[in-house]
Design a protein around this ligand. Structure first.
Ligand code: HEC
Length: 124
């Protein structure tokens, strides 16, 4: 538990640092060692909490449903594995367009999305 806490803190500090340095359109390099790039974490922490209100099977705004792994992967343009910059799931949030009418995602949340896609967008 203690090691996990330190890793999480390190990831957070790194994400803050990378965020502060990031004035250009390119985002941080993937940080796959210390940020858990897991779809289940993204689903619980980001998609279910901040996106499915507008992006579900019954209400797929913009043609995008984000309520399950299969729906995320079959929404056109949402995720191109290994290519975060070509994935609207990351890009729309990075540019601050999504979540619509909500506060922008944190740097750590953006990094997690980026890392998961850069890792190949596995169903993990
Ligand atoms: C309040 C409603 C609302 C919320 C919450 C919301 N969206 Fe959207 N989203 C929309 C609408 C409306 C569109 C269509 C916009 C358009 O076509 O111009 C859209 C479009 C999109 C698209 C497709 C954009 C494209 O051009 O391909 C993606 C990807 C997306 N949203 C991701 C997200 C993610 C990720 C979240 C959560 C972090 C989120 N959205 C939260 C309303 C919302």
């Amino acid at each position: 538990m203690k090691a996990l806490g330190i890793n999480t803190l390190a990831a957070f500090v790194l994400a803050l640092f990378l965020g502060a340095c990031n004035k250009s359109p390119s985002f941080a390099s993937p940080n796959l060692s210390s940020v858990p790039a897991s779809f289940s974490a993204i689903k619980t922490g980001i998609l279910d909490a901040k996106c499915v209100f507008c992006h579900s099977t019954t209400k797929p705004k913009g043609g995008v449903s984000l309520s399950s792994y299969d729906e995320v992967m079959s929404s056109p343009g949402a995720v191109t594995p290994f290519q975060p910059h070509q994935s609207q799931l990351f890009w729309q949030c990075y540019k601050g367009y999504m979540p619509e009418m909500g506060p922008p995602l944190s740097t750590l949340e953006l990094q997690t999305l980026y890392d998961w896609i850069a890792y190949g967008a596995p169903n993990n």
